[in-house]
Design a protein around this ligand. Structure first.
Ligand SMILES: [Zn+2]
Length: 93
């Protein structure tokens, strides 16, 4: 599925149809010094292995693609979900 770079859609803040810029959302980098990560590293130390044994992986068909819409007038960002769990790849040209 190909999407254009700009679309006119409703902005919840302006409460009107305005021009929006589209961008694919990507997962951010995990912080290595976050509290949860530090606790987990502490628990994993020494003998005993991992306290959280991984569950059996579930094979899901396709990915949920999230598009970030940025309003050009108020610069507010909101998300939209495209092709939830389908094999169709979303790209912005
Ligand atoms: Zn707006």
């Amino acid at each position: 599925m190909k999407l254009p770079e700009k679309i006119r859609t409703n902005c919840p803040k302006c409460n009107a149809h305005t021009e929006h810029e589209l961008r694919l959302s990507r997962k951010g980098k995990e912080r290595t010094m976050s509290e949860g990560r530090r606790k987990y590293e502490e628990v994993k130390k020494g003998y005993g292995g991992s306290p959280r044994t991984p569950k059996k992986p579930v094979n899901k068909i396709g990915k949920r693609t999230v598009i970030i819409l940025t309003c050009k007038t108020c610069k507010k960002k909101h998300q939209r979900l495209y092709s939830a769990r389908t094999k169709k790849a979303v790209e912005i040209k």
